[in-house]
Ligand binder design. Structure first.
Ligand SMILES: C[S@@+](CC[C@H](N)C(=O)[O-])C[C@H]1O[C@@H](n2cnc3c(N)ncnc32)[C@H](O)[C@@H]1O
Length: 261
């Protein structure tokens, strides 16, 4: 297990307002490391930064070696009252964590209007692409097309909020993506919040990587079928989630990592 990176995931990441939770952070970590260990290089991209929770995870795991391009509208909290804007808060979070933002690789704009070469010209073809921007069908269709057009052969797309009843069009968009490209892409892992897909040629490789990842042994690995692919569904029992929440709320965040061993 990666004790330093796990400490970061459980102690530092929750201090940033945002959404990626420890189970998915451990999946990101495991996948990025298996790629590194097997010489599967490429850039990293994310749509949907918010205040940087997932961005700083990517940055920390990359240890200064990866190019990470991130796209967001950055239009939350216009600063009429002097409060930091979304972008200002994002930069401040980086300074606080000692992980400075590479501003040349941050795109402030609408991801649905972007072309693949705006990404590949900066970071090369992508090995990991996280989609967590706009949550309508139109966003998922455009963002998944953009991700596909940048992806290396061994690249992974992580879709957020799949099967979340609050965002039903994400579910439809991901299903459309997979059904329209079933000769190319398949799902290999699902968590409570995210769905991870890759090209069919790498499906066995990534499924095995998830099954064997030391940082994911705490989860129940439930074999599931999704649109014709074998998927490792990582189940995180309610009892563990409750213990974790209790520890965090009672100020024992530093020890909460033990719950996920
Ligand atoms: C759920 S948040 C991202 C959470 C983040 N990944 C985390 O781990 O905390 C969604 C973000 O997507 C951005 N967004 C929404 N629509 C977008 C669009 N069309 N293009 C770029 N960013 C967009 C929003 O500004 C918001 O910051």
């Amino acid at each position: 297990m990666n004790s330093g990176l796990r400490k970061f995931i459980f102690r530092d990441l929750p201090t940033i307002e945002g959404y990626i939770d420890p189970p998915d952070a451990l999946v990101f970590l495991s996948l990025l490391q298996v790629q590194k260990n097997n010489g599967l290089d490429g850039g990293i991209a994310e749509i949907g930064v918010f205040y940087g929770r997932s961005y700083f995870l990517l940055k920390k795991v990359g240890n200064g070696e990866d190019k990470i391009l991130a796209i967001d509208l950055f239009d939350i909290g216009q600063a009429s009252d002097g409060a930091p804007t979304q972008y200002g808060q994002f930069l401040a979070n980086g300074r606080r964590l000692g992980l400075d933002v590479d501003e040349e690789l941050i795109i402030r704009g609408d991801s649905t209007l972007m072309q693949a070469d705006e990404i590949t010209s900066k970071v090369g073809r992508t090995r990991f692409f996280s989609i967590d921007g706009g949550h309508t069908l139109q966003h998922i269709a455009a963002d998944s097309r953009l991700a596909t057009d940048t992806l290396a052969d061994h690249g992974i797309i992580a879709f957020d909020d799949t099967f979340n009843p609050a965002w039903p069009e994400v579910t439809v968009g991901v299903a459309d993506f997979l059904r329209e490209r079933k000769d190319m892409f398949s799902t290999f892992c699902m968590t409570k919040y995210k769905t991870y897909v890759c090209r069919n040629e790498f499906h066995e490789f990534y499924l095995k990587a998830i099954t064997e990842a030391p940082d994911l042994l705490a989860f129940d690995h439930v074999e599931t079928e999704f649109l014709g692919s074998k998927v490792a569904r990582l189940h995180n029992p309610m009892s563990r989630r409750m213990v974790y929440e209790l520890m965090v709320r009672s100020g024992m965040r530093a020890f909460s990592e033990r719950v996920y061993r």
